[in-house]
Design a protein. Structure first.
Length: 85
């Protein structure tokens, strides 16, 4: 195996590939895989959508300062700003 075989920049050893192959040959429990919680957790029953937002460096700094002050994430601050009281 070449030294270029990596996952996220980490080299993958031949032993690891053999282990994965053995696991695959035995089979996977589909219900267990479904429960692993892959991806980000949902935000309720409705589907959500990711949107791109362009901000200046000052706007990002202001957003980060507010998030830090309020103990929230950037996303939480933005969602709060969109909520109509």
């Amino acid at each position: 195996m070449g030294d270029r075989e990596t996952i996220n920049g980490v080299p993958v050893a031949e032993e690891q590939i053999d282990t994965w192959a053995q696991e695959a040959e035995v089979g996977y429990d589909v219900e267990t895989l479904k429960r692993r919680g892959r991806g980000r957790p949902g935000r309720g029953s409705e589907p959500s959508q990711v949107i791109a937002l362009r901000l200046t460096a000052k706007e990002i700094a202001d957003l980060d300062a507010r998030a830090e002050h309020e103990g929230k994430t950037r996303s939480e601050v933005i969602r709060d700003a969109l909520t109509v009281a």
